[in-house]
Design a protein around this ligand. Sequence first.
Ligand code: KG4
Ligand code: ZN
Length: 339
Amino acid sequence: MNEKIYTLAIESSCDETAAAVLENGRQIRSNIVHSQIDIHKAFGGVVPEIASRNHLVKISEVVDSALSEAGIGYPEIDHIAVTYGPGLVGALLVGLSEAKALAYALDIPLVPVNHIEGHIAANYIAFPELEPPFICLVVSGGHTHLVEVLNYTTFNVIGRTRDDAAGEAFDKVARTIGLGYPGGPAIDRVAKDGNPKAIDFPRAMLEQDNLDFSFSGLKSAVLNYLNSLKMRGEAPVTEDVAASFQAAVVDVLKAKAEAALAQTGYKKLVLAGGVAANSALREALSSIEGIECFFPPLSLCTDNAAMIGCAGYYHYLAGTRGHLAVNAVPNLKIGEMRF
Ligand code: KG4
Ligand code: ZN
């Protein structure tokens, strides 16, 4: 029996093939991410079949690198944490099959992990003193949720998007204004030179007494604005469109996060997911008074396996165990266990 607990984590839910080794759940021994962004760029977004094929090509190499960089051998690993949902089914299956094969061969526990719970757990790695309960704003390419994190493995979703996720809106608008994929970082960069008040885009659902979001109307408003300029023969100022769109998203995220904090009485706000990298969002949330804000570093905001390992470690301690028939669950919900 090791004195220390070592987790080998595997993540392949979208377009990053990733593996990590963690010591006692919160300390990164290695965190290898092989991004396929350059491959998918040509298509303006992630192509699921191409993602699966590339995961297959890279997965063993990425796992080997994680172990060698950590200086840890297979016999020292205590359990394997792996993302089994939500995500692209073919992509998930690659990481899951690798994890199952290793768990079987090494005769160690397999801990299936929810990708979104992984994003939340990224904060435990970044902030060693952070403990639940708190409110987490999860903003990624596929998800926008306000979550009451009750303890390391118990979650209560108190707000969600009714249509597009925040990151999805960033990606779609970026494509429309010619900024390419992935759109979030491009909009963030370009918006720095634009006027966020230049165009008055809608702030959806602000007037409603709930914690839900909607971003598809905003995306349509940007399209309508561009079309009306085109009909008048005018060219858009890309920087202003980016800054005004970003301001609309950030205003709504901030207002709903503030409402969630007021409603629940928590004083800790934690940010998670790829859009947590957004500089305007970080600035806006830091200005909420009387609240302690936690923003993970950029490398832990976007998809990686260290966050999956941390979430898996706490599930391991709580007794969560998978089996070799665990399947990928593309539409897995936060807090749900489907295996
Ligand atoms: O969490 P993530 O890596 O993947 C999912 O689980 O979905 O999030 C990716 C999303 C993309 O939509 C990307 O455009 C967005 O995060 N993103 C950003 C920024 N960096 C990444 N959005 C806004 N500003 C950024 N700086
Ligand atoms: Zn993600």
